[in-house]
Design a protein around this ligand. Sequence first.
Ligand code: B4P
Length: 189
Amino acid sequence: MLNIVIFGAPGSGKGTQSDLIKEKYGLFHISTGDVLRSEIKNGTELGKIAEGYISKGQLVPDQLIIDMLASVLDANKGVKGVIFDGFPRTIAQAVALDEMLKARETAVSGVVALEVEENELIQRLLKRGEISGRSDDNMETIKSRLDVYNNQTSPLIDHYKASGKYIGIQGMGSIDDIFGRISQAIDKL
Ligand code: B4P
């Protein structure tokens, strides 16, 4: 299986690039953010809990996310490979992902990390906020999402560098140029 983790700060282009990777390589795409937003829309128990965290720019507790991801994986057996978009976001989630994949006799193939300057991240998210109406795309929540990323998620960079799976990709510029760089990296896996 080809299992790609697409990694980066909020607004780095994970969702945008995942759509292109999914098309080109025929992979199954799991966006934990999209799953949570759909749970919120459907008014489920998980959605009600998640809404409080997301609107404040905080992470939803690890165990809820890990259980949610395991059930999505179980419901989609037999796929050629998976793009994990927005997961893992903490070391505990990364450890859980390794265990889940090992139990399914597979592993993370590579971590595609989109490297984007903070100013650009803020501009992209504010721009999307004007169009999408997402409750977390406003200045105050964007700032806490970036703090959460710097404190809780960025330690994963060293974690994946240590395992030799980290692939840094320059994430500034046009969507097509960035996708070209990602494709070159995936083709080598
Ligand atoms: P996500 O939905 O994952 O949101 P995100 O990190 O902001 O990334 P997103 O995919 O939306 O942005 P993208 O870079 O594609 O998470 C939302 C919330 O859910 C989290 O804050 C957290 O509360 C919760 N959550 C999710 N997963 C969790 C987990 N594992 N554990 C705990 N909690 C979790 O795109 C941003 C914008 O940039 C778009 O408008 C796009 O069009 C634009 N863009 C993309 N590429 C561009 C480019 N090259 N140039 C210009 N603009 C570009």
